[in-house]
Structure formats: C-alpha cells, structure tokens
Design a protein around this ligand. Structure first.
Ligand SMILES: Cc1cc2nc3c(=O)[nH]c(=O)nc-3n(C[C@H](O)[C@H](O)[C@H](O)COP(=O)(O)OP(=O)(O)OC[C@H]3O[C@@H](n4cnc5c(N)ncnc54)[C@H](O)[C@@H]3O)c2cc1C
Length: 405
C-alpha cells in the first residue's frame, strides 16, 4: 500500500475541517484535508452564517475575502403567527458590534476557504478520499487508511482530526462514545418563492398546527423548515399531499408558491434535529472537532459558527502541541476544555427553545403567539438571541492566525 506523510491529517472538508486546514497551513504546518465527496456541492446545508461567524472572520481578517463571493447580508429577525407579525428585531440592536448575519450557501463558503488555502504551499486537499481505518501504534493514532479513487493509501500523521460531521466515521472507529444525544424532533425543509416585495429576514412562523423556521435563500426564495415530532412525518405522508398543501396555504403567503406546485414528498428534505455531545474529544494523536464532537440542533442556525469556533481554537492547540512534540490526549483535550462551556450552554438553550416550539399542550399552544410577542417587544428575545447568536465575548484568537489584507 502506498504511504503518504503529513503533520496533520483532517478527515472532512466541511466548514470545520477547511478552517482548521487553512489556519494550520498559515502557520506553515503540513496539512492534508480528506473530503469523501468529489466536489463541495452537497445536499442543502446551512446557508445562514450568524454574527458570531462574521465576528470570527473579521478577527482572522478573512471577511473581506469571503464577501467577494456571492452573499447577502441579513439584518433583521421576525416572528409571525400565520401572516400576522408578532415582532421585529434588528441585528444591530441584538449585537451592535456585528449588526448582520450572512447568507452564503456552504459550497460557496467552502470554495472561498479553499481558494485562500491554495495560496499556502503546505495545504493539500484530496476530494473523493474517505477515512476507512485508523492506523494505531503504541496506544496512539498515527494516521488513517484512506480510500482514494478506489485505492487504499496509508496516510501517516502526527495528529489526526475527525472533522467528518455528525455521523463521524473517525468517532466510530476510535470508539468515542456520546455523552448525550437529544433527538425528539425533525425539520422538514422546502423551498418557496419569496412573496413579491417582502424583505429577506430570518423568521419564526407559527401556524395553528406547527412552528416553522424561515430562512432567506438567494436571490428571491425562502427556505422553510417545519418542526415535527420525531416520527410525525411518516404519519403526515400516509395522509397524502393534500393536507400538507392546505396547511402550508393557511400557514403563510410565503409558502403559497411551493404549496401550489408540490407534486411529491421527494421535494421535501428531512433533517433530524439532533443535539449530540461526544464525551471525550481527544485521544493520543487524535482529536474530534465540529459536528463530529458537538452537533447542534437547527434552532438558531448556529451549527457552522460553533464548528468553526472549535476549529479555530483547535488550530492553536495543535500548532502549540506540535511545537512541543506532545500530541497526547491530555494536551489535545485543551480544545474540549475551552469549548465545552459554550457548547453545553447553547445545547441547553436549544433544548428549551425546541420544547417551547414543539409543545402540544393546547393551552400553551394558544397563548404562544402572545408570549413570543411579549418577548420580542420587551427585549427578552434580544437577550436570548444575543446569547445564541453572538455567545458573549469574542473568541480568543491568536494573532498568528490573522491574515494580511
Ligand atoms: C439541512 C441543514 C441545514 C442547516 N442550516 C444551518 C444554518 O443555516 N446555519 C448554520 O450555521 N448551520 C446550519 N446547519 C448545521 C451546519 O451545516 C453544520 O453544523 C456544519 O456544517 C458542521 O460543520 P462540520 O465541518 O463540523 O461538519 P460537516 O459540514 O458535516 O462536514 C463534514 C464533512 O466530512 C465529510 N466526510 C464525512 N465522512 C467522511 C469520511 N469518512 N472521510 C472523508 N470525509 C468525510 C462530509 O462529506 C462533509 O463534507 C444545517 C445543517 C443541515 C443538515
């Protein structure tokens, strides 16, 4: 079998893996990112990058680079009961230091990161390359067996990183168990044309039966996500399309175009709203980051921000560990120690938010629009949104990772 050597081997070319690869290469560290897909094009993923993400890109001096790619600025969040507006909040009131979120599909974001990384000689990315087995010696991981274009290659590395998403192969191979997993709800995504003249905002919508998250989609569409109890989608499908069509028409004008044209359940995309936290993120020579270590629910659309924040701190820990020649579990565990309080806080907030959105209690259901209206008008919502979307103080990012303009 062919053998290849690198300093850091990253399984997964999503936001976490690409940011980690980029930052390590900036420090001159030899890095190889493996992406199992042939391109960055993928099924629909998050397209909203929250103020926290914008702030981190500003700190790294990467924001101007990213904003050269197709994107849209989102400056407000709203809540509706059917088409009656319950509240409107400007991002500048929630996080004056970063007064907007960005709409940018993941393939564009990943391409932008790749373009930057390719200017650095120690960065390599292999598409069509999957992590298959761990290579282990003396109680340490020293690389991966990779399947690339149908052939197996042994890639040996000082540090191996699992950035391969919520169903991480690396996590499974290393037998790193979850400390907790919360999976009560599904989100059913669909795309509809935005009503003429409506400004693109982030929205929570309530119908008489369900709660929806509504995200703008460039240039003139909305991405709607209907929250369902786990298993409810199967029951809805057994009644055929007509009840859903009727529900969407009653729920909002924003869903009318989709409701009018939908012909098949294949036009929906089911996302399991899983919250997961791996008990240990590090072993000797091995580290999990991003969704592989901590997966958030779709509530608040914060998954990319959380994953990238972990990747940035991981770049710092790994580069110092390599310099000291100590890649032990104790050393790499610093990443988890730094990130754990924020991740646990966000997970707890999301579980509470989901509980409120998913209630089937008739009484709570009826007063819910008034509660949301009160929260948005009184400022309570702003406090909640700030905690979820900006997460307190800026991430402590070492100057060594800041790019030149
Ligand atoms: C439908 C949907 C909507 C979302 N909406 C938002 C949103 O609006 N805003 C937001 O912030 N977040 C959103 N999220 C969450 C966000 O997409 C994730 O939190 C984020 O992508 C996690 O980044 P990651 O790099 O850790 O993992 P991923 O993005 O999952 O990347 C992992 C990568 O690893 C690759 N991979 C997997 N296995 C292997 C292997 N064995 N070998 C090599 N490569 C492998 C995968 O192909 C993938 O490219 C959404 C998620 C989904 C599913």
């Amino acid at each position: 079998m062919e053998t290849v050597q690198t300093d850091v081997l990253i399984a997964g070319g999503g936001p976490a893996g690409m940011v980690l690869g980029l930052l390590l290469a900036k420090r001159g560290i030899d890095v190889l990112v493996l992406e199992q897909q042939a391109t960055f094009d993928r099924e629909y993923r998050g397209e909203v990058l929250q103020p926290r993400f914008v702030q981190m890109m500003q700190q790294l001096n990467l924001l101007t680079h990213l904003e050269q790619y197709p994107h849209m600025r989102l400056e407000a969040a709203e809540s509706y009961h059917k088409d009656r507006r319950l509240g409107h909040v400007e991002f500048r009131d929630v996080s004056p230091e970063i007064p907007y979120a960005i709409w940018m599909p993941q393939p564009i974001l990943l391409q932008a990161l790749r373009d930057k990384a390719q200017t650095l000689p120690s960065f390599r990315l292999w598409f069509h390359a999957s992590a298959k087995r761990l290579v282990q010696e003396n109680d340490s991981t020293v690389g991966l067996v990779v399947e690339k274009d149908g052939a197996e290659i042994e890639v040996r590395a000082k540090v191996t990183v699992g950035a391969d998403g919520r169903f991480s192969t690396v996590r499974r191979l290393a037998q790193m168990e979850l400390e907790y997993e919360h999976y009560e709800n599904d989100l059913i995504w669909f795309t509809s044309r935005r009503p003429h003249g409506e400004h693109p905002t982030l929205q929570i919508k309530l119908s008489d039966r369900h709660a929806y998250i509504v995200l703008p989609k460039y240039p003139d569409a909305v991405q709607g996500g209907m929250f369902l109890k786990k298993g409810e989608w199967k029951n809805l499908q057994s009644s055929g399309l007509e009840p859903i069509r009727a529900e969407f028409l009653a729920a909002s004008e924003a869903f009318a175009e989709f409701a009018g044209r939908v012909q098949s359940f294949r036009e929906f995309f089911l996302l399991q709203a899983r919250i997961m936290y791996a008990r240990e993120w590090a072993q000797n020579g091995l580290l999990l980051i991003g969704d592989a270590a901590h997966c958030a629910s779709p509530a608040g659309a914060v998954g990319v921000s959380l994953s990238v924040a972990t990747a940035i701190l991981a770049a710092d820990v790994i580069s110092r560990a390599l310099a000291d020649g100590d890649v032990s579990a104790a050393r790499l565990r610093e990443v988890q120690e730094m990130r754990s309080p924020e991740i646990r806080r966000v997970h707890a907030l999301q579980m509470r938010a989901e509980k409120g959105l998913m209630t089937r209690n008739k009484w709570v259901y009826q007063i819910r629009p008034y509660v949301i209206q009160f929260a948005m008008k009184s400022g309570l919502f702003k406090v909640f949104a700030r905690r979820l979307l900006l997460n307190g103080a800026p991430l402590p990012i070492s100057k060594e990772f800041t790019f030149e303009t």
